[in-house]
Write a protein that binds this ligand. Structure first.
Ligand code: GRE
Ligand code: ZN
Length: 324
């Protein structure tokens, strides 16, 4: 399929590059490093080869969310956003941007969000899970009431927010002695799913019904468990802060991407749970191969009309991208 749009596609700046080193297999770091730093060469030729017309770029994870020092986090976020804006300005026909934000200082985060959308022309935000703060062991989740002005501004600007995985802090006892379960194998989804459920159950989407949250990897395991979550919440005598069910929020405030999860039975389950209008093609470049994502997606046994929606139509509508 040509003309696809992809939106979990990462780049790095020298200041955040090392974050991704643990995820290179063996001697693969020099390639991964080059691909993260490149925004115009190999990236575009891969897009051309595999039928991706437009890519929304985002900073690598955990990026700003792992910079505990508030001033440095704000500075690096601004720098990353400015560099990204320069790349987009060279190829506005092929690239869009997600803002990176430092989340320690809510007013500063809200100001940088606003600058990113209104001045740099970005079409969304990517947050890599919780923000580290203080001495690095403070963790800030975005369901906290202090983020109320931030969420109000996100809704007002009308841009989606991508909640992207990061690693939990080291020392979480359940992973001790089992490092192979960290990262994209399991811990990324575990961490991100709990954060997403915190946001949904906090009532965030009751207060801001026009917010859209994007989850990668076909929903970080949530769609598969939504019924059970709602079933057990419904038995709680005191209820929870949120007014509606997880299944409801999935169908009104959440969209999913196929990043790093190239398996047709899982895609079909996700379509059944959230509807075909809420699933968007993505790769997770350069942590995944565009070839794997695109050859799977282009041939997956789904209706052609669904392939067009997932491949580009849904993203074009959500981000108001003129179809290419
Ligand atoms: C990601 O960005 O989703 C990612 C990484 C590192 C390894 C795998 C992966 O940042 O999917
Ligand atoms: Zn990713």
């Amino acid at each position: 399929m040509t003309g696809k749009i992809a939106l979990e596609e990462h780049f790095a700046i020298p200041e955040t590059l090392e974050d991704s080193a643990p995820y290179a297999a063996g001697a693969g770091w020099s390639t991964l490093e080059q691909r993260l730093l490149d925004r115009e060469h190999h990236r575009l030729s891969e897009m051309d080869t595999y039928g991706i017309a437009f890519t929304i770029l985002s900073l690598n994870s955990p990026g700003i969310q792992a910079i505990a020092d508030t001033r440095r986090a704000n500075d690096v976020a601004r720098l990353a956003n400015d560099r990204l804006a320069e790349s987009i300005a060279k190829r506005p026909d092929r690239f869009g941007g997600f803002a990176a934000l430092a989340m320690q200082d809510v007013a500063a985060a809200t100001a940088e969000l606003t600058r990113s959308v209104r001045e740099l022309g970005f079409i969304g935000v990517m947050l890599n899970g919780f923000q580290q703060a203080g001495d690095g062991t403070d963790v800030l989740y975005y369901d906290h009431p202090r983020y109320a002005p931030f969420w109000a501004r996100v809704e007002e600007l009308g841009v989606p927010i991508y909640l992207h995985p990061r690693e939990p802090l080291p020392g979480l006892s359940i992973y001790e002695g089992h490092p192979w379960l960290l990262g994209p194998v399991w811990a990324f989804a575990h961490e991100t799913a709990v954060h997403a459920l915190r946001l949904m159950t906090s009532g965030l989407f009751d207060r801001h019904p026009r917010l859209t949250m994007i989850l990668g990897h076909l929903g970080e395991m949530i769609p598969y468990n939504a019924w059970r979550i709602d079933h057990r919440i419904s038995k709680m005598p005191k209820g929870i802060p949120a007014q509606r069910t997880i299944a409801d929020y999935l169908r009104s405030n959440v969209v999913l991407t196929t990043s790093g999860n190239f398996h047709t039975p899982t895609l079909r389950a996700a379509i059944a749970e959230v509807g075909v209008d809420r699933i968007l093609f993505s790769v997770d470049y350069p942590f995944e191969h565009t070839a794997d994502a695109a050859t799977w997606f282009d041939r997956a046994e789904i209706a052609e009309a669904d392939r067009v929606k997932i491949g580009r139509g849904n993203a074009a509508a959500l981000f108001k991208i003129a179809q290419v």
